[in-house]
Design a protein around this ligand. Structure first.
Ligand code: FES
Length: 110
């Protein structure tokens, strides 16, 4: 059985330049990143403790948590340094013409 997802529109692609992030006030909160023209979506809550990762520093493919400074790879959600040890969930990004949408995995909420 495929995971339960909810499709959420993010923005227009031409309004989402490389090196930027879009935060979705969804449940769960999700952040979408433009890495050199490729788009990635991960949970926006740090896997270590409560922090909105989209408020952290995003550089290249790396995102630094604003609370305890763990870094994550936004392409796969993997932690790159302590104190976080658990990966972030990833979500499928869809681009249709100029529209960007994310299929948020809500399986854990059901
Ligand atoms: S809350 Fe992100 S590293 Fe602790």
């Amino acid at each position: 059985m495929p995971p339960a997802t909810h499709r959420v529109r993010v923005c227009r692609l031409h309004e989402f330049p490389p090196g930027t992030v879009r935060r979705l006030n969804t449940l769960p909160p999700v952040a979408v990143f433009n890495v050199a023209g490729r788009l990635y979506a991960i949970d926006d809550i740090c896997s270590h403790d409560y922090a909105l990762l989209s408020e952290g520093h995003f550089d290249g493919t790396s995102l630094e948590c604003p609370v305890h400074m763990s870094r994550f790879d936004v392409r796969n959600g993997e932690p790159l340094c302590l104190p976080a040890t658990e990966p972030l969930r990833t979500h499928r990004v869809e681009v249709t013409g100029d529209e960007v949408a994310v299929h948020i995995d809500i399986g854990r909420l059901l």
